[in-house]
Design a protein around this ligand. Structure first.
Ligand code: ADP
Ligand code: ZN
Ligand code: MG
Length: 505
């Protein structure tokens, strides 16, 4: 037995200390740096199209984005406006004076040998975002949002046993914003939830596709550990190469455990950049601080500074759509939806728009519209892999369908059939109801005949019912429906069934 050695174990904040064991309670500190491509028509500093995803390599290029000597950049106003709008949505202040700087480094994907970025005077500063974390509402400070340009894309190949790389400059000069958070996140799960909230905001604004798989939305995570009592403060490690929200959460979780274990063993941890290897589920060291780049930033001499008046900023604010959190709250308030329904319906702006277009100011049908969209429409989207825009049911057609059910013209079951048919044929609900003979049967005489047939065909269920198994009526009602292809008025049919069963007893 060793004496004079404290036994150290890791517990989560809030866990109790146990007798005879001294614990180190660690806290995780996370700050994120997010890059998002802007959805402008042209690139950041030239007139080339920024829509490069489906283009042949090196077809969206010019002397400016190829970095040829003597070519001069021109600021894309649309990109500046999109950045300012993003900053406003993230609660930032917009300084009246901002400028671009040169960030110098050598890498084959950087056509000019420097990137035009922003250093000390970004377009947006000091904001905050609220989101729903795993343990409730959380707030994350936004240090800055700046505007820069994307690099070219390197395509790594090999042939005849030799590896080589190709350069596609279509992406070179695509407008890119960088959003830097304060180190306010405390868990890998919250990092993921925050990122999803951030992407949702960018999508609502329409400034970015936010598509992580296509590289339009990329995230580096800075992670460190400190003990609650302040005696241990680990260095900050930056993690790169995460291509999905899940990967961010996994990478940060891995890093948390790696750092805690090292700190507890007394092993030195270094400030470094590590890469996430998704297949192996580990981070590996890429570059330590000693080899950190010196970017030799200086003001970009080929571009004028940006002056923004209060009126300029106000004009951009006016163009901002309602943001997800506000819309969610309004849906609960105005339409009497539950919080979870409001979350589902505001997840995407297009869905929220569809919902409101369906309701069309008639609050009385909001409940039905919410049920239809989160039920049948979402199922249709899921089954066929479609976005809401590809659903061939106009909001007015869904509204008509709701009215037809409400008026008792068709049953809910028929309505579901009609919805699919509208999507597939594009015909109107009324035409389909007539064409397919889906009008609801409420006529007692007609239903009674069917009820008698069903009772005669199902003596076992009838006997069950009479022995006290009242649930058997559900089966018999189903049979009535089957006979009438779902058009029987369920309330009338049930009443007639009960009557007939009681009489025969
Ligand atoms: P650097 O000077 O190394 O770039 P910054 O202070 O500029 O560091 O911060 C870069 C990112 O690192 C920011 O997202 C910030 O929130 C995050 N960060 C800063 N300090 C910490 C820390 N102790 N632990 C985790 N992340 C941190
Ligand atoms: Zn160009
Ligand atoms: Mg930094």
């Amino acid at each position: 037995m060793e004496l004079g050695h404290a036994i150290i174990a890791v517990v989560r904040p809030g866990d109790r200390k146990q007798h005879g064991v001294s614990y180190v309670e660690f806290e995780t500190i996370i700050g994120l740096e997010v890059h998002a491509q802007l959805l402008t028509r042209s690139k950041m500093f030239c007139g080339c199209s920024a829509a490069y995803q489906a283009a042949e390599p090196n077809t969206h290029t010019c002397p400016v984005c190829l970095g040829l000597p003597g070519a001069l950049p021109v600021i894309n106003r649309e990109a500046v406006a999109a950045t300012v709008m993003t900053g406003l949505a993230l609660g930032c202040s917009i300084p009246s004076y901002s400028k671009f700087d040169r960030k110098n480094y050598m890498y084959p994907d950087l056509m000019k040998g420097y990137q035009i970025s922003q250093y000390d005077l970004p377009l947006c500063v000091a904001g905050a975002v609220e989101f729903l974390g795993v343990d409730g509402p959380r707030r994350v400070g936004i240090r800055r949002v700046h505007l820069e340009e994307d690099t070219a894309r390197l395509v790594h190949r090999s042939a005849n046993g030799r590896a080589y790389s190709l350069v596609d400059a279509n992406r070179s000069g695509v407008p890119l914003i960088e959003i830097v958070t304060e180190p306010d996140l405390r868990s890998p799960e919250d990092a993921r939830l925050f990122l999803m909230t951030l992407r949702q905001i960018l999508r609502y604004l329409g400034v970015s596709t936010g598509n992580m798989e296509e590289g339009a939305f990329r995230c580096d995570a800075n992670v460190s550990q400190r003990s609650i009592d302040g005696t241990i403060v680990g260095p900050k490690v930056e993690i790169k190469n995460m291509n999905s929200f899940r990967a961010v959460e996994r990478a940060v979780s891995y890093e948390v455990e790696r750092q805690r274990a090292a700190l507890l063993r007394g092993e030195p941890l270094v400030q470094e950049t590590r890469g996430w290897v998704d297949e192996q589920g580990v981070t590996v060291s890429q570059r330590t601080k000693e080899f950190a780049e010196d970017y030799r930033y200086f003001p970009e001499p080929d571009l004028p500074p940006i002056f923004l008046t209060d009126a300029d900023v106000e004009e951009i604010r006016q163009r901002m759509p309602e943001l997800p959190a506000a819309r969610r709250a309004r849906f609960v308030e105005q339409f009497g939806l539950s919080e979870s329904e409001a979350v589902l319906l505001t997840e995407e702006r297009a869905v929220a728009d569809y919902f409101e277009a369906t309701v069309d100011g008639d609050v009385a049908i909001a409940r039905a519209a919410a049920n239809w969209i989160t039920g049948e429409i979402f199922a249709l989207m899921r089954d066929r892999g479609l976005t809401i825009d590809a659903i061939n049911v106009a909001p007015a057609q869904l509204r008509r369908l709701i009215a037809l059910v409400d008026a008792g013209t068709i049953t809910l079951r028929s309505a579901k059939e009609v919805l699919i048919a509208v999507h597939e044929t594009g015909s109107d609900p009324d035409a389909l109801v007539a064409e397919r003979g889906l009008a609801q049967v409420s006529d007692a005489a007609q239903l009674e005949a069917v009820v008698r047939t069903v009772l005669a065909e199902n003596p076992a269920a009838v006997a069950d019912y009479r022995k006290g198994k009242k649930a058997a009526i559900g089966f018999l009602l189903g049979q009535v429906m089957r006979h009438l292809r779902g058009t029987a008025n369920p309330a009338v049919a049930r009443q007639l069934l009960e009557q007939a069963l009681a009489e025969g007893a």
